[in-house]
Ligand binder design. Structure first.
Ligand code: HEC
Ligand code: HEC
Ligand code: HEC
Ligand code: HEC
Ligand code: HEC
Length: 264
């Protein structure tokens, strides 16, 4: 009895440990070593874990390069292409190796064109390790009045608000369709492309340009909206069809019941 209990206990212990062993093996050396280091060197891990980059599989070495398979300091060797913490003026190119179009837009703006000492860079607005999905809420009085009056930022926010509203609303409707079992891949892709173009545009900081492009973007959003409406109508029909079928079955069962009762 005791032996049987012990066997089953050690078996469950093993089961509990296996995933951890695998997690450790799959984990990059950047994380396993930095976790044990002092505050400033360990802190990025917790911040990154809550970031949109973590959700999308972008890890330490995707930004800093290096070799995440080596367990010692060679992981950060120049041969492995390691880039440490970038200097402020190098940040746009550091982030821009992936966010190419955003960087191009940003470099056209007064935020980059102005003298070095005063410019906000990517991390000023998005942080270095805790980036979240970008929304219009990044344009707010607290963050945008640190270096100049909020008036300019407010204007940009104002011309973006309507379009942002439609994007958010459509996002919710597409999510509902997905919940109903619809294949929403092409809708999502279309919306994604529009949202990205629209959000990138912010970085140019030109009200005229935003107003100018908003017309075309809104036209494209309308097309997505139309497809969403069609799918929603299909669901409605499906629901009505289902209700009719259930009512029919119900009545049939009732008739059979009456018929049976009427039999001698
Ligand atoms: C064996 C432990 C260890 C491993 C593995 C390791 N690091 Fe480090 N890392 C350190 C230590 C210690 C420091 C601080 C001393 C220094 O800068 O050399 C550091 C510093 C850093 C810095 C700051 C450098 C600067 O310019 O201020 C970054 C960024 C960094 N590591 C990223 C990484 C990445 C990315 C990886 C994986 C490819 C990695 N580390 C792997 C121990 C490690
Ligand atoms: C999205 C790109 C990106 C990712 C992913 C990323 N870093 Fe960084 N990291 C930066 C930037 C940019 C800086 C420069 C700091 C600044 O501008 O405030 C930096 C700075 C650092 C520093 C120097 C100390 C500090 O906080 O300034 C360390 C250490 C570091 N990173 C470690 C890591 C580790 C460990 C990971 C993985 C958990 C990681 N980084 C993931 C962009 C990134
Ligand atoms: C190795 C490629 C890579 C690097 C380098 C990188 N990112 Fe990203 N970033 C991604 C991916 C992939 C996503 C998720 C897909 C998406 O939503 O665009 C993302 C998403 C984002 C988002 C959210 C976008 C949205 O759709 O709302 C922001 C903001 C962001 N990154 C900022 C930064 C900043 C700031 C840096 C530099 C410190 C940086 N990224 C460096 C690949 C990268
Ligand atoms: C002055 C603040 C500021 C700076 C500097 C800045 N951004 Fe942004 N970023 C924003 C705002 C605001 C939005 C979202 C606007 C919206 O909701 O339309 C945004 C949106 C984004 C997005 C989402 C766009 C998309 O394709 O979906 C990414 C990615 C991004 N920024 C990356 C960067 C990178 C990389 C840099 C540096 C080259 C940078 N940002 C510099 C404020 C800034
Ligand atoms: C780190 C400082 C800093 C922060 C933070 C900052 N800006 Fe700026 N901004 C500048 C500088 C510097 C200029 C260019 C010089 C000037 O015109 O004063 C500028 C110029 C502008 C302009 C004027 C463009 C034109 O047509 O002349 C707008 C619009 C603007 N910023 C919007 C924003 C928004 C929106 C935010 C918040 C998401 C923001 N700024 C945050 C420093 C900053």
């Amino acid at each position: 009895m005791i032996i049987k209990y012990l066997i089953s206990f050690s078996f469950s212990l093993l089961l509990a440990l296996v995933p951890q062993v695998f997690a450790q093996e799959g984990e990059s050396s950047c994380i396993s070593c930095h976790r044990e280091l002092e505050e400033d060197l360990a802190k990025p891990i917790g911040l990154w874990q809550e970031s949109i980059h973590k959700k999308n599989g972008i890890s330490c070495h995707d930004c800093h390069s290096g070799n995440p398979k080596l367990q010692d300091m060679d992981a950060m060797s120049p041969e492995a292409g390691f880039v440490g913490a970038p200097k402020e003026e190098d940040v746009p190119r550091f982030c821009g190796k992936c966010h190419v179009a955003v960087m191009e837009n940003y470099m056209k703006s007064p935020h980059w064109q102005t003298e070095k000492e005063r410019h906000p860079v990517c991390t000023t607005c998005h942080t270095a390790h805790h980036q979240q999905r970008a929304t219009i809420d990044l344009i707010n009085e607290k963050d945008c009045s640190r270096c100049h009056t909020y008036e300019r930022a407010k204007k940009i926010r104002f011309v973006m608000e309507g379009t942002e509203g439609s994007l958010v609303q459509l996002d919710g409707r597409i999510e509902k369709l997905r919940g109903e079992g619809f294949n929403t891949q092409s809708l999502e892709a279309a919306l994604f492309a529009n949202r990205n173009e629209f959000h990138r545009l912010t970085h140019v900081l030109s009200v005229d340009l935003i107003i100018n492009r908003t017309g075309t973007i809104r036209g494209d959003i309308k097309k997505v909206e139309k497809s969403v409406e069609n799918d929603e109508a299909r669901i409605k029909h499906r629901k009505i069809g289902g209700a009719i079928l259930i009512a029919f079955l119900f009545i049939s069962a009732f008739m059979i019941h009456i018929y049976r009762k009427a039999l001698p």
